[in-house]
Design a protein around this ligand. Sequence first.
Ligand SMILES: *[C@@H]1O[C@H](CO)[C@@H](O)[C@H](O)[C@H]1NC(C)=O
Ligand SMILES: *[C@@H]1O[C@H](CO)[C@@H](O)[C@H](O)[C@H]1NC(C)=O
Ligand SMILES: *[C@@H]1O[C@H](CO)[C@@H](O)[C@H](O)[C@H]1NC(C)=O
Ligand SMILES: *[C@@H]1O[C@H](CO)[C@@H](O)[C@H](O)[C@H]1NC(C)=O
Ligand SMILES: CC(=O)N[C@H]1CO[C@H](CO)[C@@H](O)[C@@H]1O
Length: 269
Amino acid sequence: MMMTTKYCWMLLASLLLIFGCISESQQLIIRSINVPSAVKVGDVDYVILDCDYALENTSSRGLVVKWFFNDTQVVYQWIYGRRPSADEPAAKYVDLTYKASGDPFTEYRAMKLDKPGFDLTGDYKCVISTFADERAANSFMVIYSTEKKFDFEYRKKSIDNKDGLEATCRAEGLYPKPTLNISVKNVPDNKTSQPIFTLEDGLYNVLLRVDYLDEELPEVAELKCDLDIPRTNHSLTRKTIYYSGNFVDRASINLILLPILLAIFILFH
Ligand SMILES: *[C@@H]1O[C@H](CO)[C@@H](O)[C@H](O)[C@H]1NC(C)=O
Ligand SMILES: *[C@@H]1O[C@H](CO)[C@@H](O)[C@H](O)[C@H]1NC(C)=O
Ligand SMILES: *[C@@H]1O[C@H](CO)[C@@H](O)[C@H](O)[C@H]1NC(C)=O
Ligand SMILES: *[C@@H]1O[C@H](CO)[C@@H](O)[C@H](O)[C@H]1NC(C)=O
Ligand SMILES: CC(=O)N[C@H]1CO[C@H](CO)[C@@H](O)[C@@H]1O
């Protein structure tokens, strides 16, 4: 008799445990956050930032969808049962009529941004909450603008009374902040020059100058300037050839030329 009661209690306890686990496994989930990582200004008519979630039989009471921009600003909000609303910088791009699904519990979960501008570059976090639960996910989006101009040139220059050159690389109209590097093929890079950035209508112009002495360079120097926009696959290179004509190489050229000159001299005399 005692044994039976004990077993009954144990059975009840395990059943409670099992049901406890089941009800705990029923929770709001975010299946995926879909945000394009990099989009060039003007390349697309719109982008969709989607936060695909499921209530998984949890109560929808107090359901709110929020999109945060750069962690602090709520740029989009949908309270279940109401119309969605938006705030800057997203507001001027958001299509508030866009429905991501036909399910009334998830229909306004996404932001459709028409003709996205570079000011939308940043971190996007969706927060889905109900009275019982809350989930968040985030992703970074770059809306980038490519160079309107990209030049690389050099001019001869005397540095501490030695022959040399000044290489200048310049790019205009980029977003976000690009990187710019000048290098010479087969020459170790030990220059400390930093690029200078200026902003014009929210876009970056960048200028970099680097000096080289002829004696640092091979006779035929391949100068290179690399332009990159971080977090995108946008990169460009400009190359130019510089003939340093330094002494050793000039001597070796003369050694080759001498017999030819001699032959011409003999031929015409
Ligand atoms: C939600 O509840 C329905 C019916 O009560 C059931 O058929 C379904 O499997 C449940 N879904 C989940 C994810 O628990
Ligand atoms: C948002 O954050 C990104 C990355 O930190 C930054 O480049 C961008 O300027 C920020 N945007 C705004 C409007 O603050
Ligand atoms: C860079 O290296 C060259 C020789 O390769 C040297 O003459 C020059 O002083 C170095 N410059 C710096 C800033 O270290
Ligand atoms: C860059 O290119 C690689 C390889 O093609 C791709 O996997 C990656 O998603 C691209 N990144 C961006 C930001 O477009
Ligand atoms: C490859 C290389 O040298 N990259 C450098 C280019 O310049 C930026 C600064 O503008 C550096 O951060 C990179 O490391």
